[in-house]
Design a protein around this ligand. Structure first.
Ligand code: NAP
Length: 311
């Protein structure tokens, strides 16, 4: 069997789990990148944070697999030759865990869990009222792999669902809105707004005051897209005025978020450290192996990022 050499670079914190997972895939030789490594004969690269100069130094590079679903950092990497395809990570583990996160946070906002936590901390017996799921319109910005998977789970709970994408979708139970012109109608009256967009020039800053103002009063925000989607300066005034009741943030304009950032201590912001979802080492590598064998047999790679549209 010819083993494919897959160079692992730019995600050192995940290296050990990937090396372990690669042991179950005899067709893949996972090579941790280290300076001085002979780069000849390496066809495929698995990368998250671009390693300066690395892609350009791989004479036989055929494709780059992005460690995550969002490829914005790789797309602006000047080292990546234009003819080398960049493949987004689409794999069942990543999708499943993101769906869990969206469900977890949606129910947190739907049931206003923080009121119960505060009452418990004070030893207060305080039953509270919340609307039926079918009276709580939810909108998902981004109806791609992750947005659609999350929508399917939320539909099980009978939330009225809207989705926003560039192209109209035909997804049973989801009202589809497409393009910038339909964004105001998509947002109007939503009680929970979920962001699962890629970061592009068009989507940067989409979570801002002007758009919060179109939501229902005391709406909730869940951002698991990228930090650049949120205009951070608009969030605290929206929370403090009651325009928004609470926010769940997994991603930030600066990561790690500095310890003195006001988001850490705001009682209505629930934060996770950009791990709403991660690529699962075993299923992620199986997916890469499947793609490589397609590619080797002359079939096109799937989930290739479009450099023009930016995702
Ligand atoms: N926090 C985390 O742990 C984590 C983990 C994984 C991913 N993410 C984020 O989730 C994002 C989505 O991943 P995915 O796999 O679902 O991506 P995807 O399959 O490419 O889906 C992207 C969706 O966004 C829509 N979109 C893009 N630009 C738009 C625009 N200008 N206007 C309207 N809609 C637009 C696309 O519309 P069309 O369908 O019409 O093309 C598509 O529905 C990633 O890019 C990343 O930022 C975060």
């Amino acid at each position: 069997m010819t083993r494919t050499r897959l160079l692992f670079a730019g995600a050192d914190e995940y290296l050990a789990t990937f090396v372990e997972a690669a042991r179950t895939l005899p067709e893949i030789e996972l090579l941790p990148y280290e300076p001085g490594l002979d780069l000849k004969g390496i066809d495929y690269l698995l990368m998250w944070r671009p390693v300066p100069g690395l892609a350009a130094a791989l004479p036989d590079l055929k494709a780059v697999f992005c460690f995550g679903a969002g490829v914005e950092r790789l797309l602006v990497n000047p080292d990546l030759p234009a003819h080398v395809p960049i493949v987004r990570m689409v794999e069942p583990g990543l999708t499943q865990v993101m769906t869990e996160y969206i469900l977890w946070q949606t129910l947190r906002h739907h049931r206003r869990i923080w009121e119960l936590e505060e009452a418990q901390a004070e030893g207060r017996w305080a039953p509270h009222w919340y609307p039926a799921a079918w009276d709580r319109p939810i909108g998902i910005l981004g109806l791609g792999e992750l947005g659609q998977a999350a929508a399917r789970k939320l539909l099980d709970f009978d939330f009225p669902l809207r989705g926003w994408s560039r192209h109209r979708k035909d997804l049973a139970g989801v009202q589809s809105f497409a393009g910038a012109a339909e964004l105001p109608d998509f947002l109007r009256g939503l009680q929970i707004l979920i962001c699962l967009l890629p970061l592009t020039p068009e989507t940067t800053g989409i979570l801002r005051a002007e758009h919060f103002a179109l939501l229902a009063p005391a709406a909730s925000l869940i951002n698991a897209g990228r930090g650049g989607h949120l205009v951070e300066a608009d969030l605290l005034p929206a929370l403090d005025s009651g325009q928004l009741q609470a926010a769940s943030l997994d991603v930030f304009s600066r990561e790690p978020l500095p310890p003195d950032h006001p988001f850490w201590r705001h009682p209505r912001i629930f934060m996770t450290p950009h791990n709403a979802s991660d690529t699962n080492p075993a299923s992620g590598l199986r997916e890469i192996s499947r793609q490589i064998s397609r590619h080797r047999s002359g079939l096109p790679l799937e989930h290739v990022a479009d450099r023009q549209r930016g995702y």
